[in-house]
Design a protein. Structure first.
Length: 227
């Protein structure tokens, strides 16, 4: 899952990014001001945005208002030092999905993110994604043959690629779409980078002998299909 963190405090942003990557295995991109946050959130590649309200260039309230006016339904968790009831009411009125005041416990932030994503259908409650007899454990970062129990560990990039494919089963995903989602909004990754990691995943799927394969649609993209 890819998270957009719109936060101008570099220290806090780096700390939160490390926690979410290490504890939850999320992909995290940081936007240091409201304008960059709005532009990134508009790309459509993020599963959730964590939004500070007091930002340079444009405020978090303006970012949230513009996203909702655009029809952008990205889940937004407001993370702010503003603790007055009026501030919370305004954020929810503008379209926030949740509101957490600073200071906070990292564990509470992670639980709130999971709750929002469950409501939006972005992640499974038991942290397992599956198709056919293939299972991806979102906590242990491995894939497993549910029938035989055979398991193989995935690298970080393999894990995020498999997570994206399994979150969109039997759908052809465009190459550009996959690269943006897995490598990031402003990534310079090329098609050969994607091909290399797809090759790694195909070998691991073959190793655990599942009934699922990565299919290619020439000139378009790739899909995960039950054979």
């Amino acid at each position: 899952m890819r998270v957009l963190l719109i936060e101008d405090s570099q220290e806090l942003a780096v700390t939160l990014s490390s926690i979410l990557q290490e504890e939850m295995h999320y992909m995290v991109d940081i936007a240091p001001d409201g304008q960059k946050g709005y532009d990134a959130a508009s790309s459509g590649i993020y599963d959730i945005a964590i939004l500070d309200l007091m930002l340079p260039k444009i405020s978090g309230e303006v970012v949230l208002r513009r996203l909702r006016q655009d029809g952008n339904g990205i889940p937004v968790l407001v993370l702010s030092a503003k603790s007055e009831l009026e501030d919370k009411i305004q954020a929810f009125t503008l379209g926030a999905d949740d509101y957490l005041t600073k200071p906070f416990e990292p564990q509470e932030l992670m639980m709130r993110i999971m709750a929002i994503c469950r409501r939006k259908g972005a992640i499974m409650a038991d942290r397992i994604l599956s198709l056919g007899n293939l299972e991806l454990d979102l906590d242990k970062c491995h894939i497993r043959n549910r029938d035989s129990g055979k398991t193989v560990k995935l690298s970080k990039k393999e894990f995020h690629l498999m997570e994206y494919l399994l979150s969109n089963p039997e759908q052809v995903l465009r190459r550009e779409q996959i690269i943006q989602k897995v490598w990031g909004y402003d990534s310079e990754a090329e098609y050969n980078n994607l091909e290399v990691y797809l090759s790694f995943l195909r070998k691991k799927l073959s190793f655990i002998d599942v009934s699922v394969k990565i299919q290619s649609t020439r000139g378009v993209g790739y899909s995960l299909e039950v054979c």
